[in-house]
Design a protein around this ligand. Sequence first.
Ligand SMILES: C[S@@+](CC[C@H](N)C(=O)[O-])C[C@H]1O[C@@H](n2cnc3c(N)ncnc32)[C@H](O)[C@@H]1O
Length: 651
Amino acid sequence: SVPTSVIRAREQQQQQQQAAAAAASAETTIAEQPSSNNDTCNNDVENKPPPPLLECGVYMAPSTIGNHSNLGIYTGFALQPNETIRFPEIAIPLLFRNFDQHPPNSLGDGTLWDRYIWGAHVANLQDPLDDYDRTQERSVFVPGVGCTVNSMLDLQNIQSTQGSVYDTANVPRNHPAAGSFSPYHSSKTITTREIPIGSELLANYGDGWIPNIPNVAVTLDQHLDQADKFVKHYEEWMAKIVEKYGETDKLSPEMLEKLWTMARGLHPSRDFSVLPPEMDLSRFLSKSSSTKDANANEEFSSSSSSPTREYWRSQSIRSMEWLQKHGKCQDHIKPGISTIPNAGRGAFASRDLPQGTIVGYAPLIHIGEAGTDLLQFTYHSSSSTNKKQYTKPELVINYSFRHPNSTLILTPYGAGVNYINHASGQRTPNVRVQWPKEESIAHKPDWLQEKSVRFLRDTTGKIGLSFDYVALRDIAKDEELLMDYGPEWEAAWEAHVVNHVPPKDALTYVHSSQYTGEYLKTRNEQLSDPYPTNLHTLCRPWFTQRPDGTNVFARPMRQDDQYVTCEVVERNPRDDSTTYTVQMSLGGGDGGGSNTNKNKVVVVVVQGVPRPEGIELFDKVFSQDMHLPQAFRHPISIPNDIFPEAWKNKL
Ligand SMILES: C[S@@+](CC[C@H](N)C(=O)[O-])C[C@H]1O[C@@H](n2cnc3c(N)ncnc32)[C@H](O)[C@@H]1O
């Protein structure tokens, strides 16, 4: 529940927003009427007057921390600490690559993906590379804030991608839809401090990689401190000049600006790239000229203890007018269970969305030619035998776009858009994708007209294509948004439903999150009453010996995701808790901490009901629905009427 103070603050903001919207709307009508059709898109929405500006709580817009960062996420409301940003997001597991390792088989094509990937642990995916060696971490794709947010040290105001919830939206394992969508959702972004309206939302995901990016201000703490020292020296020097010559009109704001630019130029090294490009030095001016200058630059004052940090902080807040002009709304769409039976989750209108509204916006991660190889995953029977079982496309392909006559694959990362389900025929679509009309930091119209798939293959460092998702008619609040995935998708889906053969374990399978057994079973109990075949127990291999010679799990438990196979050999119920005796084999992985422990069987005693820490019931690797050989895979079709001829590189 939201405190009343927040509601009141929001009411005030709404009034501010409406006033700003009215102002910006007037501006839009005069200055930004969509120009004549300059792409191949042609639909009914095209020639209608622009829809009214709507309220918006989350914007995607160019980042304040520099062009290298591409886009950022901003709040359209002032936020209190510990609020959840609208709306929690989907998390799509990526099998094709381990975290931090771009697959070598693409020769660079698809490297763009490297920027939009998290380690699987952030979304709490219970899907390791194999049971025992978790030093190699899988990746996860979290579109929306999770993908867009930039990181900047102590300007952090949110924590994004906070775990996720597993559930398959009641689609049973024997249904043709099982495994065709991600079961991980509700990945939250939480505010860590009070955030003023218009602020860029910034995380802190460790900035060690920043010095490796060309042309980027290096924002590590040490560089900010160093820049502060420089600013302080400069101010002392200025103070001396003023002391010597007295307040004088000769020192004009323009001259101060030039002097500062010159001083900055004395330190061209990247270590000084965080020096503020402009500084308020108005206090060094005579009274008459300082008033003007102070008003012009009141948001940044160098009297703070860290002028450099204060400068960057002041840069991270934008006006509502700026956001409405340069931003694309990201909270017109909220997730929910689809109205289409067994289609998983869907996208719903969070407010009334008049015809022509851009209900969603998504930059597109492109793979030019290597997509079919790159997004293909081979399942092996076990890490020890490594026998190839089957190969199938990644789940993320179901969320990606393709044209039947092209190798190009485009994956959208806007908030909520990945939840939009398919409709055609009687259930008519109310949304379609089109190329944005204006050039922006993440959309280059010349890519549509002059560039080839080969160019896209070789352009691995930046996004240059985006989709606007446009309302084809008025959509009421809470209505499900649907788009036409195209005839290829529909034919593939229909064939899949007709030919589907349910998996053999469909009736015995229980995902660990749905397992209701109160206690963990002993080895003997399992002989007559086994767990479902997809479940097994794994233990943390960290323990200490007590004076009486028994082992107990070490506290605090190390959170390094190492596990070994283990079994409960004994369970003793007591009044207040239960004692488990667990036998683990340290030979299964690198557990136990030292090589001398390898292959040693250790008995650990642990207390706790019903699932004591240290021993956990896990799904076996690749047992979830999405890994079923028969799980549906097919990309969404890019409508032919917007697909450039030059990109058709395939018959
Ligand atoms: C882009 S995702 C849409 C979001 C998805 N429903 C989810 O829960 O994440 C595409 C997948 O949604 C499902 N889907 C979408 N439209 C559908 C429809 N009309 N009928 C059945 N399944 C549908 C299919 O599993 C498809 O592969």
